[in-house]
Design a protein around this ligand. Structure first.
Ligand SMILES: Cc1cc2nc3c(=O)[nH]c(=O)nc-3n(C[C@H](O)[C@H](O)[C@H](O)COP(=O)(O)OP(=O)(O)OC[C@H]3O[C@@H](n4cnc5c(N)ncnc54)[C@H](O)[C@@H]3O)c2cc1C
Length: 616
């Protein structure tokens, strides 16, 4: 067979999750990575603010605090065993990264430096339930410095470090190979089909363990912090092969995207003392989250911005507010992490890239003026359901798909539940990338290569030749614009039955029209038009699953805010959504119970993390 490759372990995606898995599996088994981008261009490299681990380097902390925050931050839709593993293993993973050479920022004593991030807390030792509301002692929990960082380039450093280690360890890379199909046979995954971008040729990859680590899909929305390549190819292919996607209705909007452009200004801005202000110059988060204020979770902050705008307090009555990181402002509110006064030089040293983004893309200098911001589509909490070893689940009973794994943003393990805390994605990549890599090698040792079906590339060949031969009746760019607009307006920060129905009808129509699109460029060398059309097809599948979950979930929880069902409804909806294909243009929805842990109290079995109303 031409263009045939065979490896024990095959990983699709060279972001933090894929590289961590490759590093681990290649210790024990032959491993290759297939990636549509050159590895160090993966979106992990854009991560700015930090990676969470309870190291207690600047103040006392514990993995238990981290697990509690993660579960509460996810509005209790978090699988608790998975969250505890995340919080415990985070510590070891950070030291592993350090030993691989990752240049973390340091404290004056030479330890790994840490900063604050939204929703990361510890119990307040001075807490007094009888204290007057709004006073410091009335706060049951206070922010803690838990995010390890390299200035505001943490993800860049992680990606470079992992890539160097993979090269050193002899991992084989297929750079600029775009996966177009999974090879599924007898309910198992046996490999993938990919296009070599430089030549347009199809390649067959045969493997015992296959991992999808293809990252996020923020490009279903109009205003997004995500790179253009984040089109959810992995989850979309799994979905098309009849596998379910979990909790897709929970999509995180990050509060501080540059106005209109969506480019991210990291939460580290607020962790380091910056605040959001409205048209009147008020620090409006005091109104919505009296305890943690600007360091409340992202869903809370994004909704607060919308509330300010709706109340006419957006800047100049418009649809944005300001992020203010000027040293004077930080000093006025006393929000610097150390409590001492800061100056512009300190701000510039902590947030160099972010300050440069605002100067370059907006012509605003954050050292001297506040920056216009609005919520930007940022992170998919949902994805391909997996167990705590990254093994993909085929149904709500938890049966596995032999040979198929997923980790990172494309997966849902689920440690982020209904809302992810900042810095918890990077740690998810390394903790669960590593676990999945280990299990992939184990599986590869225990299993022989299974035969591939005859001509596994037939479907991909037909799809591509249809796209190349079809006349260009519907300009696909218009379809993409319409999808992004309807998802932003009707399935964004706030939703109702009416807006969701509109989104559902529109997406179904766009999927019909998509069958008629053609590609202008008929060539085979670097045909980026063809790839973008394939990616649009994937985005449409994910939009469909997202809306289906949102329609069915008649409650508000975490990032899913229904204006027609404003409260959380634990009786009916304390469970994960599994959306799977039901015909060509619709999805059906099932539910899987949340994994909860129990403990003993006064001789009684009680939930370890009791459900609470989430307040910050
Ligand atoms: C601007 C920004 C800042 C962020 N800051 C932080 C932060 O400070 N802390 C934090 O915890 N999180 C942060 N996040 C979130 C976090 O960075 C991402 O969730 C995480 O990096 C995703 O990693 P990944 O390994 O899953 O995927 P990615 O790093 O996105 O990599 C995906 C890989 O899949 C490959 N791929 C995709 N499709 C295909 C295909 N069809 N064929 C072949 N290969 C394919 C790509 O080539 C790429 O190598 C940030 C996100 C953004 C966008």
């Amino acid at each position: 067979m031409n263009n045939y490759h065979r490896f024990d372990c095959l990983i699709v995606g060279a972001g933090g999750a894929g590289l961590m898995a490759a590093l681990e599996s290649s210790k024990l088994a032959g491993t290759a990575v297939v990636t549509k981008l050159y590895p160090t261009r993966s979106h992990t490299g854009a991560a700015q603010g930090g990676i969470a681990a309870a190291l207690s380097n600047l103040e006392e902390d514990s993995w238990e605090n981290h697990a509690y925050d993660t579960i509460k931050g996810g509005d209790y839709l978090v699988d608790q065993t998975a969250a505890e593993i995340l919080a415990k293993d985070a510590v070891e993973c950070i030291y592993d990264l350090e030993h691989m050479g990752l240049p973390f920022d340091r404290t004056p004593a030479g330890k790994i430096s840490q900063r604050r991030f939204g929703g990361h807390t510890k119990p307040n030792p001075e807490y007094d339930p009888s204290a007057a509301p709004g006073t410091p002692n009335a706060r049951p929990r206070i922010p803690v410095m838990r995010a390890c960082h390299s200035a505001d380039r943490t993800g860049h450093m992680i990606l470079q470090t992992l890539y160097q280690q993979c090269i050193k360890q002899g991992v084989t890379f297929f750079d600029e190979f775009h996966m177009v199909d999974l090879i599924m046979e007898d309910g198992e995954c046996r490999g993938i089909i990919a296009i070599e971008i430089a030549t347009g040729q199809l390649h067959t990859f045969h493997a015992k363990s296959v991992m999808l680590a293809t990252g996020g899909y923020g490009r279903i929305f109009k205003v997004s912090s995500n790179a253009y390549a984040l089109t959810g190819d992995g989850p979309a292919l799994a979905y098309r092969h009849g596998l379910p996607l979990e909790d897709m209705e929970f999509y995180q909007f990050h509060p501080t995207g540059i106005y209109r452009l969506g480019i991210l200004l990291s939460e580290a801005c607020r962790g380091d003392g910056g605040v959001m202000i409205n048209d009147k110059g008020e620090r409006f988060m005091e109104r919505y989250a009296p305890n943690l204020k600007d360091l409340a979770s992202r869903d809370v902050c994004s909704r607060s911005i919308y509330q300010e705008v709706r109340a006419g307090r957006g800047v100049g009555g418009r649809d944005f507010v300001y992020l203010d990181i000027r040293a004077d402002t930080i000093n006025r509110y006393g929000t610097s992490p150390t409590g001492s006064k800061v100056d512009s030089r300190w701000v510039e040293s902590r947030l160099p890239d972010i300050i440069e983004f605002a100067r370059t893309y907006l012509g605003v200098d954050p050292i001297h003026e506040p920056v216009p911001i609005q919520p930007t589509a940022h992170y998919g909490m949902g994805g391909i359901p997996t167990d705590i070893w990254g093994r993909v689940l085929r149904n709500v009973q938890g049966d596995q798909v032999p040979g198929l794994y997923s980790a990172g943003e494309s997966a849902c393990v689920s440690v982020h539940g209904a809302n992810r805390l900042g810095t918890n994605s990077l740690v998810d990549l390394v903790v669960y990338g590593r676990r999945a890599g280990r299990d992939m090698a184990r599986h590869a040792h225990e299993t022989p290569f299974q035969a591939l079906p005859a001509k596994p590339e037939t479907h991909s060949k037909e799809l591509i030749s249809r796209l190349l031969s079809q006349p260009v009746r519907f300009p696909w760019v218009k379809l993409r614009d319409e999808m992004q607009r309807v998802m932003m307006d009707d399935c964004g920060v706030y939703r109702t039955a009416e807006t969701l129905e509109r989104a559902q009808t529109t997406i179904a129509r766009l999927k019909e029209q998509f069958l008629q699109v053609g590609v202008q460029d008929k060539g085979s060398v670097f045909n980026t038009g063809l790839l973008e059309v394939l990616e649009l097809g994937n985005l449409l599948e994910l939009a469909e699953a997202t809306v289906a979950g949102a329609v069915a979930r008649k409650e508000s929880r975490g990032a899913h805010s229904r204006e027609d069902f404003v409260d959380r409804n634990d009786e009916q909806f304390f469970s994960h959504t599994f959306a799977s294909k039901d015909g060509e243009n619709s999805a059906k929805v099932d539910y899987r119970p949340v994994d909860i842990l129990w403990t003993e109290k006064d001789g009684q079995k009680v939930p370890k993390y009791p459900l609470e109303i989430r307040k910050y």
